[in-house]
Write a protein that binds this ligand. Structure first.
Ligand code: SAM
Length: 263
């Protein structure tokens, strides 16, 4: 994988253990209501799930739009596309969801064809988030909304991981994120992309069960692949976090920025 495009390539090609970790990491659970509230997803809408991963959000959206609505799920990873198709089939929602494998950052839909486009924890990885937001505005009809959910990785906090140790891991693995501070940037970008109205909320659901552990393990992996890391520090971060999850003392906060932009 090229260092310059690692942030994208590591999604096109995902090693099997990481793929399995995502099955647990991306479960939406009760957070879904909070993360989707301002998107105002309703029965009968045509909605896109851009960067659908294993498809939990696509299923949630399909349930919310009902049989009169439709969901277009997109991803650049072929395994995720297959997993989303299977998840949708298992839920009996095949007629309501179209799953498409993407090879570019263009959305393969006509102008003004959607009521909503939801993008959750994906904008951080795209080549050019401003261009992507403009592209999303193209496919959403006037009065419709783009609902972007993302982290700001410099704001994530973990206990009992040492602050400087975590900063080392994040810095050494930073090539895995195209725009690591995307959370704080989305408001200005949405304005720059020409949306008429841009609303921002921040939702922070504490994690005391270890949901974020796979993110920590993945970031340690990116740091190791980058080769600019101190192995002792990287190993210590993973060990400290894993032990804390085991003994029930782990605590993490990863604020999610919700930017709801009206076309
Ligand atoms: C952190 S995961 C989030 C998955 C899902 N949205 C969720 O929250 O459960 C990032 C997803 O974005 C996809 N992705 C990364 N870059 C992309 C791009 N340029 N276009 C479309 N999907 C992309 C990855 O393959 C992966 O499924």
């Amino acid at each position: 994988m090229s260092k310059d495009t690692y942030y994208k390539d590591h999604w096109v090609d995902i090693e099997p253990e990481r793929l399995e970790r995502y099955e647990a990491q991306f479960i939406l659970g009760k957070r879904g209501d909070k993360l989707l509230a301002t998107a105002e997803i309703a029965v009968g809408q045509i909605v896109a799930d851009y960067g659908c991963g294993p498809g939990y959000l696509s299923v949630e959206l399909a349930n919310r739009v009902g049989p009169e609505g439709h969901v277009h799920a997109f991803d650049i990873n072929a395994d995720f596309v297959e997993r989303t198709r299977k998840r949708v089939a298992d839920e009996g929602l095949v007629d309501r969801v179209t799953v498409t494998h993407l090879t570019t950052d263009m959305v393969p839909l006509d102008d003004d064809s959607l009521n909503r486009l939801v993008i959750k924890n994906v904008l951080v990885y795209v080549d050019d988030p401003l261009s992507s937001l403009r592209e999303f505005r193209r496919v959403v009809m006037p009065g419709g909304k783009v609902h972007a959910i993302d982290s700001d990785f410099y704001m994530a906090a973990f206990d009992p991981i040492d602050v400087d140790d975590w900063r080392h891991v994040l810095d050494a693995g930073i090539h895995a994120f195209r725009t690591p501070a995307i959370g704080r940037k989305m408001y200005g970008m949405a304005l720059g992309a020409g949306f008429t109205e841009v609303a921002v909320e921040v939702v922070s659901v504490p994690d005391s069960t270890g949901r974020m552990l796979s993110f920590i393990i993945n970031t340690a992996g990116y740091a190791r692949e980058g080769g600019r890391h101190d192995e002792e520090v990287v190993s210590r971060v993973v060990e400290v976090a894993s032990k804390a999850v085991e003994d029930g003392t782990f605590f993490a906060l990863n604020p999610q920025f919700l930017v709801t932009a009206t076309v």
